[in-house]
Design a binder for this molecule. Structure first.
Ligand code: NAD
Length: 389
């Protein structure tokens, strides 16, 4: 069985789907690993390291590959070059890229999207959303600390006392909790808010203070957040305003699966902050939690009485720490791959909820039913029968 490792081609993508320390695990099982030259260069992994681990460097790595691993979805030309029956593993945000799903289906590729891996205990070691959110959340806190022109920790010195910075984190999922933990380790006083019922306890377990707005909690399917009504959103904004006004740094990480990021903070709320404060919006790429944030841009918001607030729109956050992010992602990929292979062959067991749940297309059919419906709505195609949930 031949496993091909793609060199990522999309702008801003610095990660790679395989790292040398995991190549031996695969070759030890008798699998061949072919890596496109330069695949690890942005993640500071040299071709020689892959070769030393037992992989072959090959410009034509995809040719005759049984399984192709990548971070981003493959490009249409790459998909067309795959033999029917090839398996792929990558991120694939179906709402943003329905055309790619169509290409994979038409090419007869068995495509697994890591976003669709069920978030059950057994699949935690394959949960790429979590591993990459961890990196992104850490990065947000580091960016906030780096941009803020004052200390995060309390300093008591002979020359006087410097107070700790106040940090507010909105959204306490995997990324938010990591941002909280990182800001705490740097010594800031951290307060956080999330709409889920379990979040307050999780926030406190990180050593931060949970903001209690005395609003109803909002929980939907699978323990995820639900969308807010406009009334609820307005009330939440009103009640959060004093907390945000008192913060030196605000980090926002809120998301609702399958929807644009909720708008939590208006420009007017940002303008209540002190001059020199920093806002970091992790959701900038998916619609933004903060009004006016733009992915990859630092927007300066002038204040009426002088000074500015810096609004950082995060972009490709996990990719900004490509070596560690790749190591974690590659481990997720290998764990999924091992679940689907045996005796030198790809043998997906569609009775396994992780294999079935993550499978987007197989044998010319879109198996994941919500995506089949999405394609039907987008392109007027007939929906195909599939077993995906
Ligand atoms: P996510 O990226 O979908 O959302 C980030 C956070 O934003 C969530 O905590 C959500 O509640 C919050 N949010 C949404 N709307 C908000 C609003 N209006 N105001 C404030 N916060 C808002 O979430 P995630 O990090 O992927 O995690 C979601 C859930 O899944 C959590 O309960 C997490 O513990 C759980 N989880 C479980 C597993 C597992 O069991 N294997 C793994 C990872 C995550």
């Amino acid at each position: 069985m031949k496993i091909a490792v793609a060199k990522e081609t999309r702008d801003g993508e610095s990660r790679v789907a395989m790292v040398p320390e995991l190549v031996g695990r695969l070759t030890g099982l008798g699998y061949d690993v072919a890596v496109e030259p330069g695949a690890g260069s942005h993640a500071l992994i040299a071709d020689e390291e892959y070769a030393a681990a037992g992989a072959v460097l090959d410009d034509a790595a995809f040719a005759a590959a049984d399984l192709v691993v990548s971070v981003q979805p493959l490009a249409p030309a790459q998909i067309r070059g795959l033999a029917r029956g090839t398996t792929t593993i990558s991120f694939l945000p179906v709402n943003q890229e329905p055309e790619t799903v169509g290409h994979l289906r038409d090419a007869g590729v068995t495509a697994h999207a890591v976003e669709l891996i069920p978030r059950i205990s057994r699949a935690q070691s394959m949960d790429a959303l979590s591993s990459q959110a961890l990196v992104a959340g850490y990065r947000c806190a580091i960016v906030a600390a780096g941009m803020l022109r004052r200390f995060f920790p309390l300093n008591m010195t002979a020359a006087g006392t410097v107070q700790a910075a106040e940090v507010v984190v909105l959204g306490a999922g995997v990324a938010g909790l990591q941002a909280i933990a990182t800001a705490k380790r740097l010594g800031a006083v951290v307060r956080a808010y999330d709409v889920r019922a379990a979040a307050a306890e999780e926030i406190r377990s990180m050593g931060a203070k949970a903001i209690d707005l005395e609003l109803e909690t909002l929980e939907g399917a699978g323990g995820y957040a639900r969308e807010m009504t406009e009334d609820r959103a307005a009330r939440q904004r009103e009640l959060l305003t004093p907390y945000i006004a008192a913060a030196d740094a605000l980090i926002t990480t809120a998301a609702v699966p399958g929807r644009a990021a909720p708008m939590l903070v208006t420009r007017q709320m940002v303008e209540q902050m002190k001059p020199g404060s920093v806002v970091v919006d992790l959701a900038a790429e998916t619609g933004g939690n903060v009004e006016g944030s733009a992915p990859g841009e630092d927007v300066l918001i002038p204040l009426e009485h002088g000074g500015t607030i810096t609004l950082v729109g995060m972009k490709d956050a996990a990719s900004t720490m490509p070596a560690d992010a790749s190591r974690l992602y590659a481990k997720n990929v290998v764990n999924l791959l091992l679940l689907m292979t045996a005796d030198g062959k790809v043998v997906p067991d569609f009775d396994d909820e992780v294999v079935a749940g993550s499978c987007l297309t197989h044998d010319g059919v879109v198996r994941h039913q919500p995506t089949a419906t999405l394609l039907a709505d987008a392109f007027g195609e007939p929906t195909a029968e599939g077993s995906g949930a």
